[in-house]
Design a protein around this ligand. Sequence first.
Ligand code: NAP
Length: 322
Amino acid sequence: MKPTVFIDRKVPNEVEAYIAEHCNIEKWEQSTHIPRAMLHEKLANASGLLTAGMKIDADLLERAPKLKIVSSISVGYNHFDLAAMKERGVIGTNTPHVLNDTVADLALALMLGTARRVAELDRYVKDGQWKSGDGLKLFGVDVHHAKLGIIGMGRIGEAVARRAKFGFDMDVAYFNRSRKPEAEEKLGVRFSQLNDLLAASDFVVMLAPLTAETTKLIGHNEFKMMKPSSIFINISRGQTVDELALIEALQSGTIAAAGLDVYEKEPIDADHPFLQMANVLTLPHIGSATTQTRFDMAMLAAQNLVSGLSGQTPTCMVDELK
Ligand code: NAP
């Protein structure tokens, strides 16, 4: 008999058809979150769960006694309570690699967008304020040949470094939990301690995963180390940064600007200070959101799900659950 899986979002038809070859599917396809009571009902009989950001904790696992695998359509898996999953022998998988270039492209878009004030000046033109030449007040700063500091030199960090080094002739340094000699050689980047990287960089890009160690890794002290002209980009997870400290750093001129794809609370509230700040470029967590990449992620997540349920070890099992 085919195992039952619950899919908590709309996935491409081709992906659903692939899963249906191997599993009975229960699904929730509305844009709102499934009501908790209904979720519990669906999970009572499910051996597999395909999701993206659903919090997987002891309470949820308690209500899903048959659950063998949670396959997430994301590379970040900070929504997994790894200890609770391990205790119950529930496998967790993610979708690395297939999104590297797409997320790296967005990191560059945030760098270029903040440096050249793209969104702000788009509004300036559309509001009918462009009445004369391009005076001083419209000037930005250069991305090419500037100093870039990457925090978290993993798969996406390397893709950002490659673009920065070979596309924009940037001087690239990185801080990482472990050194990456291969990346240093291949990409011509150098390792730097975090404080040195913060002090020297024109652009700081946060790309470390959210863990206990990286929670609020960047706060008041770190912003103070940065140059007043520096631009901070966060494309990892909002909680890696102390958001109040970031707001204060931007308001006080401790740093010049920020480009953000992620926030402490998502979606952000309508009265969030970022929304009033011309020097902050705000995107709605769309790092991997292209049609092709989201398809590839969903298909990879489906393959992980099916292989986990058929007793094989999925290729993208998260390290801590191996
Ligand atoms: P990855 O390959 O695992 O890279 C993460 C890097 O961070 C690794 O090199 C790791 O070092 C390093 N790291 C871990 N803990 C650290 C710490 N405490 N201090 C310094 N460095 C640390 O992951 P990835 O695929 O590049 O993805 C990175 C993150 O991007 C994801 O976890 C996710 O949160 C985020 N992301 C966001 C979006 C979006 O839509 N905005 C999309 C995709 C991914 P070691 O190699 O030494 O462990």
